[in-house]
Design a protein around this ligand. Structure first.
Ligand code: PLP
Length: 294
């Protein structure tokens, strides 16, 4: 990992009225220890995060990522992040990015055990080279998420729509996909509906209509998908959020996995069944996603 920058943030209350937050920021060396061993992010994976692309120094879709950070904080009973403070911190870290593609992580944990102050920090590192996934595509396998479609509504304490730091299951799913000879996974519910990939949103095209699974199904509302929907609507395509049976994933004319850093990766096969890649549209989508977006 080629680190570029890191900043600890002393979180202020969401209604703090100061105009300058510089004295609440402390740069640190990402190669050196920075968190206390009692931090609940390390002890319990208890916290939330965001990953955003920084392209030629421009942090992409900051507003949408902060909206989701606030949403995750609410689902996890964490103090509401101060948007002005986070925007100032993001701008400060992005200034270290330089040319090319970088990934910025915003992290907010419940803090050190027994102390009621959350820990907040930002890191910036160079992004992996995603050219191959964007151009040649990825094949996916479907994996059972182990719960039915109605579980997020019945069991909100599972925090299923929050972007929490507990990503061990997501990483295990990607390893399982690799063991099965695929590049990535798509989670499906135990009653057979498409959810999301471990680190991406599913987008399907049938004719001129684009569909993504309903975010209320306990999945993340993807910032990349939101941006792609407005791009596609601007080009006259129809877009919709729907409950998507697994068969629709297999039968759709084309499919993509969308995420902030890899961007639009076309799906070349689902569980071994080949899919046609719409190369021209994929290239156009990625050119749009690589352009500066606010
Ligand atoms: N779903 C999950 C589980 C993710 O981890 C991510 C991104 O990391 C996404 C969807 C896509 O979200 P975004 O487009 O905001 O990166």
């Amino acid at each position: 990992m080629a680190w570029r920058s890191a900043l600890l943030i002393d979180p202020v209350a969401s209604d703090d009225r100061r105009g300058d937050f510089a004295d609440t920021f402390r740069p640190f060396d990402p190669e050196q220890p920075a968190l206390r061993v009692g931090d609940l992010s390390a002890q319990r994976g208890d916290g939330i995060f965001e990953s955003l692309g920084v392209i030629d120094g421009h942090p992409q879709e900051v507003g949408a990522h902060l909206d989701r950070l606030v949403h995750s904080a609410r689902l996890c009973d964490l103090p509401t992040p101060h948007l002005g403070q986070w925007r100032a911190a993001i701008a400060r870290v992005a200034a270290d990015a330089g040319a090319g593609e970088n990934v910025m992580k915003l992290l907010l944990s419940r803090g050190v055990e027994g102390q009621p102050v959350p820990t907040a920090w930002i890191t910036l590192a160079s992004a992996p080279d995603n050219t191959r996934s964007r151009h040649e595509g990825i094949d996916v396998v479907t994996l059972d998420r182990g719960h039915a479609l109605d579980v997020p509504a019945r069991a909100p304490w599972l925090q299923l729509g929050a972007k929490t730091l507990s990503y061990a299951v997501n990483m295990a799913a990607i390893r399982e996909a690799h063991r099965r000879g695929a590049d990535d996974a798509v989670f499906v519910t135990s009653d057979g509906f498409v959810l999301e990939a471990p680190t991406a949103t599913v987008l399907l095209r049938t004719g001129r209509r684009f569909v993504t699974p309903e975010p209320s199904a306990g999945i993340l509302h993807g910032t990349t998908q939101l941006s792609v929907f407005s791009y596609l609507e601007g080009r006259g395509f129809d877009t919709a959020y729907e409950t998507v049976p697994r068969a629709t994933l297999v039968e759709a004319d084309a499919a993509w996995l969308l995420s902030s850093v890899r961007l639009a990766a076309p799906v070349t096969a689902v569980d071994g069944a080949p899919k046609t890649v719409d190369r021209a549209l994929t290239d156009e989508m990625n050119a749009y996603l690589l352009s500066p977006r606010d």
